[in-house]
Write a protein that binds this ligand. Structure first.
Ligand code: FES
Length: 85
C-alpha cells in the first residue's frame, strides 16, 4: 500500500491519498465536472456550446450556475476567452 498511514523508521507518517473523484454537475443529464472540463478543452467556450454538446442545463436548469463557474475556471486555467452567454 502506497498511501495512508505508514511507518518509516519507526515514525508514523501520513502519505496523501489521491481522492480525486468526479462530481455530477447536471443531474438531469448525468453530466460530470470532468465531462464539462473535457468539452471545454475540446473547444466549448460558452453555455450554448455545453448545452449543444452535452445537454447541460437543458432541463431543470439548476446546474447552469455551476456549469458557468466551470467555464470561468477553464478560462483561468487555459487562458482562453470564455463567453458568458
Ligand atoms: S441539473 Fe442540469 S438540467 Fe437539471
Amino acid at each position: 500500500m502506497l498511501s495512508g498511514l505508514q511507518f518509516l523508521d519507526d515514525v508514523l507518517i501520513m502519505i496523501p491519498v489521491c481522492t480525486r473523484t468526479h462530481m455530477y454537475i447536471c443531474v438531469c443529464n448525468g453530466i460530470t465536472d470532468r465531462e464539462i472540463r473535457s468539452c471545454v478543452e475540446q473547444g466549448a467556450c460558452c453555455m450554448a456550446d455545453l448545452q449543444r454538446e452535452l445537454g447541460v442545463a437543458t432541463q431543470c436548469g439548476r446546474c447552469a450556475a455551476h456549469a458557468r463557474e466551470l467555464l470561468q475556471d477553464a478560462e483561468q486555467r487555459h487562458g482562453s476567452p470564455v463567453e458568458h452567454a
